[in-house]
Design a protein around this ligand. Structure first.
Ligand code: SF4
Length: 315
């Protein structure tokens, strides 16, 4: 896969994998379908895993005092302890994960968008921003990894952020020497600068410790800042400024017609008519055409497999 490492992604099984929702349905998601050949998806259905059948009566989150419970309101059955036990053994057994794709609003899988009620009759809604029980553990065990749900994946910017993050983290996971780490940092120089120049500077300093033969806790320190760098995607306007900054370094080698084409494309990106990867591709080809090879290996121009660019326009 063009030098990429396949990301390991835990996914709610009802998204594109199995008919396992409480109502006997499956969630269709064109983005997931398209990305299947490029990811190692690890499907999980926590509710099926604790023995609930398909179809089944739905369960809900009930918060009484400081106790959060998972109750099947139609039968009064309490699944809280079963779910805790499943989560404990599941998360203990997980390894080498790069991200999560979870069903939104589910009392099991949802994160930050789940309804919780004050009583099992569901008479009083307390919040709509709770985590599901499985979602809670994702946040506890893996607070810094990539995570999205099927709704956020309809947003072009979030999709791209997710892809960039998981493919970069997967590559980082395979680092096994200081030389690998130095190469990784060099290869991601432009991408990191575009994401967060302050974090990138800190990471530069960490790398310089290796180069000055003082590598104590370097990989852990580097990992922490890599996670911080990827907390948010760059704002679209910051990305535009960054691309123009790169473009300006080569503009004296580029014809007026090509300059016009680049600026027109930037405008089209601002208007949401084309994607960032279309612009990155154009910028790379202009730089290459100008005869410059210094940025040839930069991940910024190729942060995930080229075929996945076809997912840019998926809704
Ligand atoms: S949301 Fe989670 S628990 Fe519910 S059906 Fe999907 S995978 Fe299973």
């Amino acid at each position: 896969m063009e030098g990429f490492i396949t990301p390991n992604i835990v996914i709610s099984k009802c998204i594109e994998f199995e008919v396992c929702r409480y109502n006997g349905q499956i969630i269709k998601c064109p983005f997931i379908e398209k990305t299947k050949p490029y990811m190692n998806f690890i499907p999980v259905c926590p509710e099926c895993a604790i023995g609930m059948g398909v179809p089944r009566e739905p369960i809900d989150i009930i918060i009484e005092g400081n106790k959060k419970r998972l109750i099947q309101t139609s039968t009064g059955k309490d699944f809280t302890e079963k779910m805790h036990r499943f989560n404990y053994s599941y998360f203990k057994s997980l390894n080498n994960i790069d991200g999560f794709l979870l069903k939104s609003k589910s009392p099991s899988c949802g994160i930050g968008n789940v309804k919780a009620y004050a009583d099992s009759k569901k008479l009083k809604l307390i919040t709509t921003t709770e985590n599901g029980f499985f979602g809670d553990e994702v946040v506890n065990y893996y607070p810094s990894l990539a995570r999205e749900d099927e709704n956020s994946l309809t947003d072009m910017y979030r999709r791209e952020h997710f892809l960039i993050k998981i493919f970069t983290l997967a590559k980082f996971r395979k680092i096994c020497s200081f030389k690998n780490l130095i190469d990784f940092h060099k290869n991601n120089f432009l991408l990191f600068k575009a994401y967060n120049p302050d974090e990138k500077k800190i990471m530069d300093n960490i790398i310089s410790k290796i180069e000055s033969n003082n590598p104590v806790n370097v990989v852990e320190e580097y990992r922490n800042h890599l996670y911080k760098l990827f907390v948010h995607p760059p704002k679209p306007n910051d990305y535009i400024e960054f691309m123009i900054e790169i473009f300006n370094q080569f503009s004296n080698l580029i014809s007026n017609q090509e300059k016009l084409l680049f600026m027109e494309n930037i405008q089209r990106y601002k208007e949401g008519k084309i994607t960032l990867s279309t612009n990155r591709k154009l910028l790379k080809s202009l730089i290459q055409r100008a005869g410059n090879t210094s940025y040839a290996d930069q991940s910024f121009f190729n942060p995930y497999p080229g075929k996945l660019m076809e997912t840019d326009y998926i809704i």
